[in-house]
Write a protein that binds this ligand. Structure first.
Ligand SMILES: *[C@@H]1O[C@H](CO)[C@@H](O)[C@H](O)[C@H]1NC(C)=O
Ligand SMILES: *[C@@H]1O[C@H](CO)[C@@H](O)[C@H](O)[C@H]1NC(C)=O
Ligand SMILES: *[C@@H]1O[C@H](CO)[C@@H](O)[C@H](O)[C@H]1NC(C)=O
Length: 334
């Protein structure tokens, strides 16, 4: 059995190599009519699906391989590097914004979000790193979710600046590289997903469910809540309601589920938020107590709410109240 699995892994690699070759064989270099190297064929093929082809060629051109995993890893690293540069850029502008509290707050928010973006990119990078090509196909949706979250963070960062503020064009310019490279990485991952699914390789492998360490809970968790969450295997916890974007639950948004939650409820009301990116502004009113929300895990359920700046509060700190990095308890806002 083991031998068989190893062989099928190998043949998948070869089949993908061949598929890329076939698609790319039509691309020839114009000047001397010589066929492109397999490496250049693969690069051209992957970059053909991106919106920013020049930067794609710059990113992948130096990767001397035809291994799709390496291409994706490099695209993610390039995005990560650009996000880090943008973090530094945001930081460098804080001095200039020192007499403008709104911009200063917006810059601080951008730094927070770029921090989260780097974490998302690291998570997608490690998803690629320890996958075999045939298990990678199962992770492609996860990686796309991570990368989409990075794009959303970049957008939310800009939302913190007023349309006619002098700092806004500076920030738009500063984020350009990061947003192009992230969009490219998303297109490249999607392209590989398409190739694998054309080859019938989009297996559905159940994902490993990890237990939380007690140090991962927020400090304000009670012992009994820790116990409850410690027992959570998301597949067995019985939620009172389900939120799902595809309509398979009672609600499509977290806000609707919270609005419908019982008020002053002495018992725990459990809301399960299925995989997806929820672009919502979440608040929980004082009477909605005893809510436990959990998602499908850090790679699946992501809340990226953003809201326009009102009354001197910054968008980011008020916008997303519960993040579904892990099962989260939500406390009512004051
Ligand atoms: C790319 O790799 C191949 C084989 O591993 C090697 O022969 C070739 O010289 C390398 N090209 C460059 C530009 O490093
Ligand atoms: C960001 O700034 C830090 C500290 O100044 C520096 O070490 C790092 O290399 C910079 N990162 C990038 C990507 O420019
Ligand atoms: C902030 O300070 C700079 C000089 O350091 C000045 O040119 C600018 O007009 C000030 N902006 C505000 C909003 O006060």
């Amino acid at each position: 059995m083991k031998g068989k699995a190893a062989i099928s892994g190998l043949s998948i690699l070869l089949v993908v190599g061949v598929a890329l070759g076939v698609v790319a064989v039509v691309h020839r270099s114009n000047n001397n009519n010589a066929p492109l190297t397999p490496h250049m064929k693969a690069v051209t093929d992957f970059c053909s699906s991106t919106d920013y082809k020049d930067s794609c060629h710059r990113t992948l051109g130096t990767v001397n391989t035809t291994d799709p995993k390496e291409f994706i890893a490099h695209a993610i690293l390039a995005s990560q590097d650009a996000v880090k540069k943008f973090f530094n850029y945001s930081d460098s502008l804080i001095v200039q914004a020192s007499n403008n509290s709104r911009n200063k707050m917006a810059l601080d928010d951008c730094k927070d979000m770029m921090d989260l973006a780097v974490q998302s990119l690291q998570a997608s990078f490690s998803d690629v790193g320890d996958a075999q090509l045939h298990t990678l196909s199962d992770r492609i949706n996860d990686i796309r979710t991570w990368l989409s979250a990075v794009i959303s963070y970049q957008q939310s960062c800009l939302d913190g600046f007023e349309k006619n503020d002098a700092m806004r064009p500076m920030m738009e310019n500063g984020v350009l590289d990061a947003s192009q490279l992230t969009a490219n990485a998303l297109a490249i991952v999607t392209k590989l997903g398409d190739i694998l699914s054309k080859l019938g390789l989009d297996f559905k492998i159940p994902t490993f469910k990890r237990r939380l360490l007690s140090s991962e809970y927020p400090e304000w968790f009670s012992a009994s809540d820790r116990k409850l969450l410690g027992r959570i295997d998301n597949s067995r916890l019985k939620p009172n309601v389900i939120v799902a974007q595809d309509g398979s639950g009672q609600f499509k948004t977290i806000g609707e589920a919270l609005a419908a939650a019982p008020k002053n409820n002495p018992n725990r009301h459990i809301i399960y938020v299925k995989a997806g990116i929820y672009d919502e502004y979440i608040t929980i009113d004082k009477k909605t107590i005893n809510i436990l929300m959990y998602g499908d895990g850090p790679r699946k359920t992501i809340v990226t709410g953003h809201k326009n700046y009102v009354d001197g509060t910054s968008t980011w700190q008020t916008a997303t109240f519960c993040k579904f990095q892990k099962p989260y308890m939500c406390r009512p806002l004051r």
